[in-house]
Ligand binder design. Structure first.
Ligand code: C2E
Ligand code: CA
Ligand code: CA
Length: 534
């Protein structure tokens, strides 16, 4: 007769249940969805009552916890797992690491680690075949205690899994304090949120875990769609009914031999100079973005031409003029607003950044998302750097600058310049421009033709002085002009006899300044001084 036991019945029966192994473990395999190989298994507690049948942990574990009995039950399961591993060793069967659940109550006033270690040594099972699952809730409120337990477990060589990750709201903060080795994400906590925004956030959590070099196991996976989806966002490890329900020991024993095994892989190389735990934690990701790399910034992933936004800071949103929040932008394709050609040029720069590991610069126009402003095309300059890799996927940090105004001004300048030049071509004048920073001089067509100048004269005015366009006795004066212009004097004018023929020309300079008042370019002209013969 199947029946759910009552609380007093559980309490009455527990001692006997442990003694006669009515409390025992079933085993659920953990599978790599890509290779179909087994990477581990989880031991789950069952209580088979001789009369009333199998009892589920959801019903009796809270009772045991409330009555201080879970410790004994958990150690019992640990012992059964060690016994199982011993049997595999003795029979020279293939072995697989098995995870054992630890209740949050196991660590209050109890030497959980010491006790399991005694058991392990009794059966002499290598520590790599045993893992401990802790839950997020065991860390809340007792994180100092949990931390010391974690340190002890690590000290002995146990890998520790963070179970039910994402069920609490402070998940990320917990990971900062507790350096777990594996994260278990339960699909059931997502409740249909797969895909869309929830999925995107899940995706970035998994990617961050990947970049933290912390493998993720998706639990409660029941359909192939769910498994494929998890795989598509970088999580290959699956535990769930899709591959197997929890198995009775004998079935599991057979299953181990049937399937190929593989070790749990840490797939990712995070750049050496980056502190992984900092990257994971949002507060310190903030630090990373806001302090280490001052300014408007985003982090996106790149793989085979596909990009996905993972993090942006407020400054980024302001700089790009977007009236959206980080939440709304996460998971979107940052390239949707960039033309096909723009993407190609951006991708080229990304590839160079990947190849060289250096910071690279890109500049390009994109449509702005802002509904409120008139500006609908903006020019963005990005300094990008690869900060992590996961297989073929790259994590890219971009520091951005909205250079639209600068660009517009530049375009205006060149437009003015063109008109300016055209006017000079009409009149009987020579014109040229001088770039103050590079000292390059660009002569007009007439200068080139009449004076034999190339399109660009480097280190101006020296070559013109050498060529005798400016006679030696005027050379120093002219050099002084150029120095004054470079220092921002604005205009210079005077009559200078030019060329060996010492033909008098009225020479004049006007300077263009940038918005910071720094001189950028000087426009020079020379007009023949026509003597008044009257
Ligand atoms: P858990 O540690 O999160 O274990 C996973 C639970 O999900 C198991 O339930 C498992 O049977 C179930 N599950 C696995 N795949 C699927 C799936 O595809 N779909 C669905 N719907 N469920 C799936 P179970 O065995 O009933 O255990 C429930 C909980 O009881 C466990 O959750 C764990 O918190 C606790 N528990 C189990 N064994 C132990 C133990 O030995 N010690 C302690 N302290 N707690 C245990
Ligand atoms: Ca578990
Ligand atoms: Ca779980």
């Amino acid at each position: 007769m199947e029946k759910k036991l009552t609380e007093p019945e559980f309490l009455d029966g527990i001692e006997e249940a442990i003694k006669y192994d009515h409390i025992y473990a079933v085993y659920q395999p953990q599978i790599n969805h890509s290779t179909k190989r087994m990477i581990g298994a989880e031991a789950l507690m069952r209580w088979k009552h001789p009369v009333f049948g199998v009892q589920m942990p959801g019903d009796f574990i809270p009772v045991l916890e409330k009555n201080n009995l879970i410790f004994t039950a958990d150690l019992h399961i640990f012992e059964l797992v060690c016994r199982f591993q011993r049997k595999c060793m003795d029979e020279r069967r293939p072995m697989i690491p098995i995870s054992v659940n630890m209740s949050r109550y196991d660590i209050y006033n109890k030497d959980y680690v010491g006790e399991i270690e005694k058991i392990r040594l009794k059966y002499d099972v290598p520590v790599e075949y045993l893992r401990i699952e802790i839950t997020e809730s065991s860390a809340i409120g007792g994180s100092e205690l949990m931390k010391s337990v974690l340190e002890k477990l690590h000290g002995l060589g146990y890998l520790v899994e963070m179970d039910d990750f994402g069920s609490g709201y402070s998940s990320l903060n917990i990971l900062k304090d507790l350096e777990v080795d594996i994260i278990k994400l339960d699909m059931r906590f997502l409740q249909g949120k797969v895909g869309g925004r929830g999925g995107a956030i899940l995706g970035s959590v998994i990617q961050m875990a990947n970049w933290l070099n912390t493998p993720v196991i998706a639990e409660g996976v029941e359909s192939i769609d769910q498994a494929d989806y998890m795989k598509s966002i970088g999580c290959n490890y699956i535990q769930g009914y899709l591959y197997s329900r929890p198995l009775e020991e004998s079935d599991f024993f057979e299953a181990i031999a049937r399937v190929i095994h593989e070790p749990l892989q840490k797939t990712v190389d995070l750049l050496k100079n980056m502190d992984a735990s900092k990257f994971w934690n949002p507060a310190s990701l903030e630090t990373l973005i806001f302090s280490n790399f001052v300014g408007p910034a985003c982090v996106f992933s790149y793989e085979d031409g596909k990009t996905e936004m993972l993090r942006v800071n407020d400054k980024y949103l302001r700089e790009i003029g977007m009236s959206v929040t980080e939440k709304e932008i996460i998971g979107t394709d940052p390239w949707v607003n960039i033309s096909e050609e723009g993407r190609r040029s951006y991708e080229k720069v990304i590839k160079r950044a990947i190849e060289t590991g250096e910071e690279k610069e890109h500049e390009g126009w994109r449509k702005a998302d802002s509904k409120c402003c008139g500006e609908n095309r903006i020019c963005v300059r990005s300094h990008i750097r690869v900060i992590g890799t996961a297989g073929k996927q790259y994590l890219i940090y971009a520091l951005v600058q909205n250079v639209t105004a600068e660009k517009r001004k530049f375009d205006e300048y060149s437009e003015n310049e063109r008109r300016f030049k055209a006017a000079f071509e009409q009149a009987n004048v020579y014109a040229w421009e001088w770039d103050i920073e590079t000292k390059e001089m660009r002569p007009c067509f007439r200068c080139m033709r009449d004076l034999g100048l190339p399109p660009v004269v480097e280190n101006y005015p020296e070559p013109a002085i050498e060529a005798g366009i400016f006679p030696p006795d005027y050379a120093d004066m002219y050099r002084g002009w150029m120095k004054d212009i470079a220092n921002g004097c604005g205009t210079k004018e005077g009559i200078i006899p030019l060329t060996v023929g010492r033909v008098p020309f009225y020479v004049r300079y006007t300077t263009e300044f940038d918005e910071n008042g720094r001189p950028m370019k000087a426009y020079g002209s020379a007009t023949l001084v026509v003597e008044n013969k009257e």
